[in-house]
Write a protein that binds this ligand. Structure first.
Ligand SMILES: [Zn+2]
Length: 74
């Protein structure tokens, strides 16, 4: 299922001299509406990172998350 985007931040990150990258943070409403799902992505040379965290105990048990998409666990 698609989640509703509630907040989005993006920016440029200075990681080291002559080493710039961009970062992105998106917050989504969780499926039950009581918590949030946070997606973070850093795209810096030598440091690529992306992760999705669900800050809702209930939904974290039921769904697995990938950015703004929730998939029911079996
Ligand atoms: Zn929830």
């Amino acid at each position: 299922m698609r989640l509703n985007l509630s907040n989005r931040e993006s920016g440029t990150v200075k990681a080291a001299i002559n080493n710039y990258g961009d970062s992105l943070k998106e917050e989504y409403e969780c499926p039950c509406g009581k918590g949030i799902v946070v997606y973070e992505r850093d795209n810096i040379v030598g440091h690529k990172h992306r992760q999705t965290d669900c800050h809702c105990k209930d939904c974290d048990k039921i769904y697995s998350f990938n950015r703004g998409e929730a998939t029911p666990k079996n």
